[in-house]
Design a protein around this ligand. Structure first.
Ligand code: NAP
Ligand code: HSE
Length: 432
């Protein structure tokens, strides 16, 4: 008796860079494995990139070429449009919209696109009965979207935290291990090809902020609100901060934290001190870590490669294979029309703060700074002067719990004391 074979899932692939070529390699290398695990094949029908003449590290001869990714998205002979071009406007947005409008499911690695337009795209897709999947957009090869939308679906999520930009973690850990200043390691990262074309996406915390806003939407059932993420990059972190934090038993990380509080949704991506012996504190190099806390499950820690050809293509293909299996979940884990409009918490949860500053080394200087903190309602836990640098004195203060506003008020007052040299560095000490 003959059995009807389900036809292969046909994909159109827009983008043949690091991730796109990784996808081609997996489809070619693992055709049999993919067919066995999905019950049908997955085949690439057509591809698109800017330069048709560019030498690429894969055999593309069996695929049709489309100059325009929008035309690729509209092709009647594809089921799924895979968008791995990048950018939150232009071709990535236009082609994704075209794919949905012409009845295609979408798999994307593009966190910028979804952080800016995720709600509109999800609404459009769901109204059309289509699906958008984006596992690769957050923490590369770590299956964190699947963990949140499926494995932890029965939990009220309490907090989502993590190191989600490998480049920043590389820079911060390399500064510590090699004792090198920020500028030198930034240059190393550039030469190693770790930096985005616009490095501020990495070191300004924007890329990681995009990722946090997507996790936050799933975890708390809210509309993506990237604009409400408090963002601070790592450019002001000096080797002195790295060393002083280490002396106190801490590491500095570009840490994302999202939690629903009585004051609203708190989302921040800022450099923080975390205990050196915590999983986050021990995270080295370009690796990512996401910590998920749910009311029933407690704490889950996921660690792995957040970028690169293989890991990111692995996540793209996991989404493609789910579609091949007929698994169709709403983009953010619940129908987009049911996502609540979040109220952004105006002030973040109070924390202890690390304050490093340089003062003129003269009588009463420290007392003036202590007075400013007192007047701003900030209590001092520890205070140390680290010798002298000529006429200057490096000073470290650790506060009791205070809000960001209180710290900002105190720092604003420092400027009027006449003893401050340069700008102070203020970093949260996060309880993880
Ligand atoms: P990439 O290496 O720069 O590749 C981008 C690809 O898109 C190139 O093939 C490029 O064509 C093509 N492209 C760009 N603009 C185009 C246009 N206007 N029309 C047609 N094709 C166009 O980027 P990538 O690193 O693979 O990243 C792709 C996406 O994955 C981005 O959204 C990124 O944020 C995300 N992502 C990347 C990583 C990673 O480790 N790389 C990790 C997670 C997520 P040409 O080759 O002809 O120039
Ligand atoms: N620039 C990103 C990083 C790439 O360094 O983590 C992956 O999104």
């Amino acid at each position: 008796m003959s059995q009807t074979q389900t036809p292969a899932l046909r994909i159109g692939l827009a983008g043949l860079g690091t991730v796109g070529i990784g996808v081609v390699k997996i489809v070619q290398r693992h055709a049999a494995l993919i067919a066995a695990r999905t019950g049908r094949g997955v085949e690439i029908v057509a591809v698109s990139a800017r330069d048709p003449k560019k030498q690429r590290d894969a055999d593309l001869s069996g695929y049709a070429w489309e100059t325009d990714p929008v035309a690729l998205a509209r092709r009647p002979d594809i089921d799924v449009f895979v968008e791995v071009m990048g950018g939150h406007e232009g071709p990535a947005r236009l082609a994704t919209e075209a794919a949905i409008a012409s009845g295609k499911d979408v798999v994307t690695a593009n966190k910028a696109l979804l952080a800016h337009h995720g709600l509109g795209l999800a609404l459009a897709a769901e109204a059309a009965g289509r699906v958008i999947r984006f596992e690769a957009a957050v923490a590369g090869g770590i299956p964190v979207i699947k963990a949140l939308t499926e494995g932890l679906a029965a939990n009220q999520m309490r907090r989502v935290m993590g190191v989600m930009n490998g480049t920043c973690n590389y820079i911060l850990t390399r500064m510590q291990s090699a004792g090198l200043p920020y500028e030198a390691v930034f240059e190393e990262a550039r030469q190693l090809g770790y930096l985005e074309a616009d490095p501020n996406l990495d070191v300004g915390g924007i890329d990681a902020g995009h990722k946090l806003s997507l996790l936050s939407a799933i975890a708390f059932g809210t509309r993506v609100s990237f604009d409400a993420v408090e963002l601070e990059g790592i450019g002001a972190i000096s080797i002195d901060d790295i060393n002083l934090a280490a002396d106190m038993g801490y590491r500095i990380k570009l840490l994302g934290v999202a939690q629903m509080t009585g004051r609203g949704l708190e989302q921040r991506m800022t450099p923080c001190l975390v205990p050196a012996d915590s999983p986050l504190g021990q995270l080295q190099g370009g690796t990512n870590m996401v910590v998920l806390e749910g009311d029933a499950v407690g704490q889950i820690v996921l660690r792995g490669p957040g970028a690169g050809e293989g890991p990111t293509a692995s996540a793209v293909m996991a989404d493609v294979m789910d579609l091949a299996r007929g698994i169709r979940l709403p983009t953010f884990g619940q129908p987009a029309v049911t996502l609540a409009t979040p109220i952004a918490a105006k002030t973040a949860t109070p924390a202890a703060w690390y304050l490093r500053m340089t003062l003129l080394d003269k009588p009463g200087a420290l007392a003036k700074i202590a007075t400013c903190l007192g007047e701003a309602g900030v209590s001092i836990d520890q205070m140390r002067q680290y010798g002298h640098q000529g006429a200057n004195a490096p000073v470290l203060i650790v506060t009791h719990k205070a809000t960001r506003d209180d710290i900002d008020h105190a720092v604003a007052r420092f400027a009027g004391t006449g003893v401050l040299v340069g700008a102070p560095v203020a970093l949260r000490i996060e309880e993880v």
